[in-house]
Write a protein of this length. Structure first.
Length: 189
């Protein structure tokens, strides 16, 4: 009978964390050669997000695949990042990110475009909740570097509200300046 309450306590955090969607990006099997043969270990890369602008990634290593995935998921939930979304479906502006030899360009897209991105980047965008984005990866195709480069790009993403606050302006003033600048550039041509 003493075990029953413990099970309920253990299930409570899982119910609270059910708002998150986790995506397995990559599993790497490594072999250690020992006297009796080979010992296999597994490394998992997981992306976790609430599909409302919060996302994180984690790396976990263990002797069994499910344990590695569990560790990676916990690590991802510890390192969540908030990404400002425009209209809840795309990014505010184009942005560039890099990590090591992995480079990514992420561009905002009009409604109906969908997620045009490669495997590891697609998992990140689906977890964030972005519905319309065009992304290109260059350089390394290593999933770890691509995920980190994508996170670098998303961390550089700014909302008009944040830019206006930084410049001590109102959002309407910032957007009116943008319109004025766009008209001037169009009339010169």
């Amino acid at each position: 009978m003493a075990r029953e309450p413990r099970r309920q306590e253990r299930n409570k955090p899982e119910e609270r964390d059910s708002e998150f969607v986790d995506k397995l990006v990559h599993i790497n099997r490594v072999a250690k050669v020992v006297k009796g043969g080979k010992r296999f270990g597994f490394a998992a890369l997981v992306v976790v997000g609430d599909q409302k602008g919060r996302v994180g990634f984690g790396h976990g290593k263990a002797r069994e695949v499910p344990e590695a995935i569990r560790k990676a998921t916990e690590a991802a939930k510890r390192g969540l990042v908030r990404v400002p979304l425009r209209e809840g479906r795309t990014l505010h502006h184009d942005v560039y990110g890099r990590h090591g030899a992995g480079k990514v360009i992420v561009r905002a897209a009009p409604a109906g475009t969908g997620i045009i991105a490669g495997g590891p980047m697609r998992a990140v965008f689906e977890s964030v909740g972005v519905h319309d984005v065009v992304a290109k990866s260059m350089g390394s195709s290593n999933p770890y570097n691509l995920v980190r480069a994508t996170f670098d790009a998303l961390k550089r993403e700014d909302s008009p509200r944040a830019v206006a606050a930084r410049r001590n302006l109102k959002v309407s003033q910032l957007q009116s300046r943008r319109r004025e600048g766009g008209e001037d550039a169009g009339s010169d041509a």
